[in-house]
Design a protein around this ligand. Sequence first.
Ligand SMILES: NC(=O)c1ccc[n+]([C@@H]2O[C@H](COP(=O)([O-])OP(=O)(O)OC[C@H]3O[C@@H](n4cnc5c(N)ncnc54)[C@H](O)[C@@H]3O)[C@@H](O)[C@H]2O)c1
Length: 455
Amino acid sequence: MNLTDDKVSILDTLDEHIPQNAWYKDVAVIGLGFVGLPLALSFSLRGCNVIGVDINKRLVEEINDGITAHKESFYDIPITDILKREIERKHFYATANISDVLDDCHNFIITVGIPIVNGEHEMEYLESACTELGKGLKQGDLVIVRSTVVPGTTEEVIKPLLESASGLKAGDDFHLAYSSERIAEGRAFQEFADMPILVAGVDEPSTTRAKELLGIVCKAEVIPASSIKVVETAKVFENVQRDVNIAMVQEFARFTEALGIDIFEVVNLANTHKRVKLLAPGPGVGGYCLPNAYYYLKPKAEQMGISLSLLELARKENDAVPQIIVDMLERALADNGKHLNGADIAVLGLAMKDYSNDARISPPLEIVNILLQKQANVKAFDPAVDGDYPYKVDDINKCISDVDAVMILAKQHEIDSSINKVLSEVPEGAVVLDTRDIRSFAEPALLSRVRYVCI
Ligand SMILES: NC(=O)c1ccc[n+]([C@@H]2O[C@H](COP(=O)([O-])OP(=O)(O)OC[C@H]3O[C@@H](n4cnc5c(N)ncnc54)[C@H](O)[C@@H]3O)[C@@H](O)[C@H]2O)c1
């Protein structure tokens, strides 16, 4: 562990020295992914005894060895240092076996996701987590669901599963609440602490208990809502509005390209209006949250006979962006007398968004796949994204020389700080297609060396 004394004292100040006999001393977090691991550690840092549960045995072993690929940090302290410290002081460990925790733990937070596969939501992970948890649920226990769900899921699916597996009744025998998760990857610890969150329970005591437990980590307002459905729906709306906003800005980008003006400048200037908040266009919408949001509303809307045509269209528009970006590249290469087939392309950034290690549903990966289908030669660099991609190189220098084009698809600090090197080392006149507006890191004189194209 590389913790200096000043970092140790920062972490020490977070510990609230919760007494051993407090009902909220022990917490189990079920699902140790992008949300679950930093959430579990946030409770541990505040002084809870935390057990993390995940069905992925390898992940559990790595976590118990102090290893995680996540890029989170808190007060500039990397998550791996936080993880090792919490394991060492015996405030946290992980297990793949939920039955290990059921006897002694009384507070359970579920962060298992609902994947979308071919437009359908797959409930099996969440359902099996609830069934396994239900088997050991006890009188007085508290269950808080933080997964993003199809509105209605907590009361229509999770509650019956917990009740039938436990033989207990939510409200009468155990507390059940829903609290949506709002963090952005890369800022998880900070946002767990300072982002207001919503909560609602199956009854008043469930809401009150959940609010109290969540308040150990959330130092912003924990806002009670009138029902669980309100919180579930607000969460999906929060995500879907970003999806629609980005689809709109993509359409703006096509307009500004044709008009010969810069979309990023337009967005920045429009956002000086106090009631305007345009998002940035980019190479498409990725990750676990935004592309899935529409598909969490769709089944419920169909059941109720409600049209979501605007949201459906936005989703389709966003799905189409990677192909649009490749078409732009193809046109820019053609202006240089080149074809995509056989062209050497450097791709900078594979993550689904800037400064992330998450490549789930990543538009950059989709762009690379289209390029490969079109017989382009691709070398890609992203120091944050793990994974075995045959075209990935571990050094930016291995992909930028002798290329016909460079595509900037996700910012990473090493990519930002290398932009001047990239611009000076790529062949004169090569196409540089920037979907992330990293020009602010470049020397203006270097931009004129290349055919610089912004989306
Ligand atoms: N990633 C984000 O930034 C973010 C932000 C807000 C909300 N959310 C929501 O939070 C939830 C979790 O997202 P995530 O990104 O952490 O997902 P993730 O895929 O990174 O993590 C989920 C974890 O749950 C584990 N799991 C699956 N089934 C299990 C079971 N039966 N028992 C125990 N563990 C099980 C998986 O192995 C995985 O490690 C999702 O509903 C997501 O929509 C995510």
